[in-house]
Design a protein around this ligand. Sequence first.
Ligand code: TPD
Ligand code: ZN
Length: 260
Amino acid sequence: CSRKNIRNAALHPLWQSPLTIPGGTRQSPINIQWRDSVYDPFLKPLKISYDPTTCLHIWNNGYSFLVEFDDSTDRSTIIGGPLENQYRLKQFHFHWGAINDWGSEHTVDCKFYPAELHLVHWNAVEYPSFEEAVMEGNGLAVIGVFLKLGARHEGLQTLVDALPAVRHKDTVIEFDVFDPSCLIPSCPDYWTYAGSLTTPPLTESVTWIIKKKPIEVDEDQLEAFRTLLFTSHGEEERRMVDNFRPLQPLMNRTVRSSFR
Ligand SMILES: NS(=O)(=O)c1ccc(S(=O)(=O)NCc2cccs2)s1
Ligand SMILES: [Zn+2]
């Protein structure tokens, strides 16, 4: 994949920390070369069961804006797909670009989408806490959904309307009821591979489940993401854009598809 626009992200303040971790063999994100992905007939459909009342708040953590959920019980979970266990929803967040030509973390046949949604889940069957699951090879499962420019997304608009209240880093607002399944395409097709967190601590603990179909959002909604700031109140403002990690080497990995 051409690295012209990856330079922007690599030089971005977000990546002052090391871009790669020593000895990393399963880092994320990656380019998904459609023709190299291998159909696996044993992959199950992914079963998503979210309780909208487990939604807690939206906050700007200086990397992205995240919507966090009460993960003290199994009320919002996923199971099936490539997963051996049930995983609990912890939070979802997005990555996006300064312009619509790039912004996603994963690419498909070297194509960037303008943004990407990540729904982060942890293996509460095998591990006592999220923080411990983050350190384990099968600790996390992240669903990735690409955003493409198109029609306005009514479900997303509820989030967009809350963004002015979390414009600065470390601001938070309560968010009582939200069902994130409205952000996941109904098409069941996905790719899956073994990878890592794409922000520090970059741990190699993520089973990635990347939906083949994108969701459509409109220009105003993408522009609303770009009004957020990396910086806190009182600091010199830096717009929160290009908060995506550069592509990482595939190394000895195969991307499987749930579809022919
Ligand atoms: N872009 S991504 O989906 O790969 C993610 C990056 C970081 C994620 S996190 O929610 O696990 N926070 C990291 C941690 C918090 C506390 C201990 S480690 S998810
Ligand atoms: Zn992410």
